[in-house]
Write a protein that binds this ligand. Structure first.
Ligand SMILES: NC(=O)C1=CN([C@@H]2O[C@H](COP(=O)(O)OP(=O)(O)OC[C@H]3O[C@@H](n4cnc5c(N)ncnc54)[C@H](O)[C@@H]3O)[C@@H](O)[C@H]2O)[C@@H](O)CC1
Ligand SMILES: Nc1ncnc2c1ncn2[C@@H]1O[C@H](COP(=O)(O)OP(=O)(O)O)[C@@H](O)[C@H]1O
Ligand SMILES: [Mg+2]
Length: 282
């Protein structure tokens, strides 16, 4: 028996935490975004910028060497660690202690990267958000899902979800199969769509914000950065997923009167995150 909860402003106000005025960047959370490959450095850039704009104190990216100058130029606020490979990630190592890790945007699915993800999952204990090609790699190596920590957040779009849990023939079957997967692996699944639903075991949360303006390249990469930022700020993973999805959709609702559907792009989501936060407490 599932219980469904609509995520509206009332539900959000139960979960949203105003930053303490005495805070500083050292206690506002350090997030690590791992991703990028040749030609898809943009995905990890979007995630990293969204991560900072969602309020965490420090953001580091782990990317292939080809992305170094791009990231340091595009987002001076973000710190950069690089793989020893030029075009793809082959060995994930870092000497920082992040409070949350987001992995997958632009990662690619080359076999070397698959092996790097496997090695990373075997030792990682940090709260995790898994998206995009990291999900696609897990779909190719399903036994690796058992390596992720409890309460890990997966953020598949419908195709990524199908690769992970198999085809479904009805909305009901899709939700029931996702609930089974969530319970079996103790993971939270953000089923991105219109609307987005968040599955946490038997509980299904339905988001009430967002519109078709979000159907644009990189908007999911942005969501990954937003959710990772909130986990780094010590939100319980389920609340980070709920608040991140709500704020993400809210940016499209706020921008719509000025921008309509077509010209709203992932960078506009990021630029509107501040207004979305302010509108929560209005
Ligand atoms: N600027 C960049 O560097 C970008 C990089 N990206 C990266 O590109 C990689 C591949 O991601 P993609 O999602 O593009 O490719 P995928 O191959 O994972 O998924 C694309 C397929 O999913 C289907 N699909 C997507 N959303 C759907 C929906 N709502 N309903 C039904 N079917 C849907 C599409 O029809 C298409 O067949 C990821 O690592 C991603 O992070 C993309 O996010 C786009 C932007
Ligand atoms: N028609 C729509 N209405 C509301 N949200 C949408 C719509 N189309 C896409 N989205 C949202 O946009 C995002 C797309 O994610 P994704 O496909 O991963 O993008 P990308 O991989 O290009 O970053 C998801 O959060 C999804 O819920
Ligand atoms: Mg995506």
């Amino acid at each position: 028996m599932t219980n469904s909860i609509y995520i509206d402003q009332k539900e959000i106000l139960k979960r949203y935490k105003q930053p303490d005025k005495h805070t500083h960047k050292g206690i506002q959370g350090h997030a690590l975004i791992i991703g990028g490959s040749y030609g898809k450095i943009g995905a990890v850039s979007l995630s990293a910028k969204a991560c900072l704009k969602t309020g965490c104190g420090l953001v580091t990216v782990f990317i292939p060497k080809c992305g170094y100058t791009i990231l340091q130029t595009a987002i001076p606020e973000v710190m950069v660690l690089t793989d020893n490979q030029e075009k793809l990630i082959s060995n994930i190592t870092f000497d920082i202690t992040p409070q949350a890790i987001g992995i997958g945007p632009g990662l690619g699915q080359e076999i070397e990267t698959q092996k790097a993800l496997h090695q990373f999952l075997k030792t990682n204990k940090t709260p995790l958000v898994i998206d995009a090609d990291a999900l696609n790699i897990l779909s190719k190596n399903k036994e690796w899902v058992s390596l992720v920590p409890p309460k890990t957040i997966l953020t598949p779009h419908p195709k990524e979800l199908e690769r992970l849990i198999g085809k479904w023939h009805s909305e009901e079957e899709k939700i029931n199969n996702t609930i089974s997967f969530s319970k079996q692996h103790q993971v939270i699944i953000v089923m991105k769509g219109a609307p987005t639903q968040i599955i946490d075991g038997e509980t299904v949360y339905e988001n009430t914000t967002g519109n078709a303006a979000l159907a644009t390249a990189g908007s999911g990469d942005v969501l990954t950065g937003m959710i990772t930022s909130l986990v780094a700020q010590s939100y319980e993973p389920i609340n980070a997923a709920i608040l991140g999805v709500y704020l993400h959709g809210l940016t499209a609702d706020i921008a719509f009167p000025e921008m309509g559907y077509q010209s709203f792009i992932a960078s506009d989501v990021i630029a509107t995150i501040g207004k979305a936060f302010l509108s929560i407490t209005e």
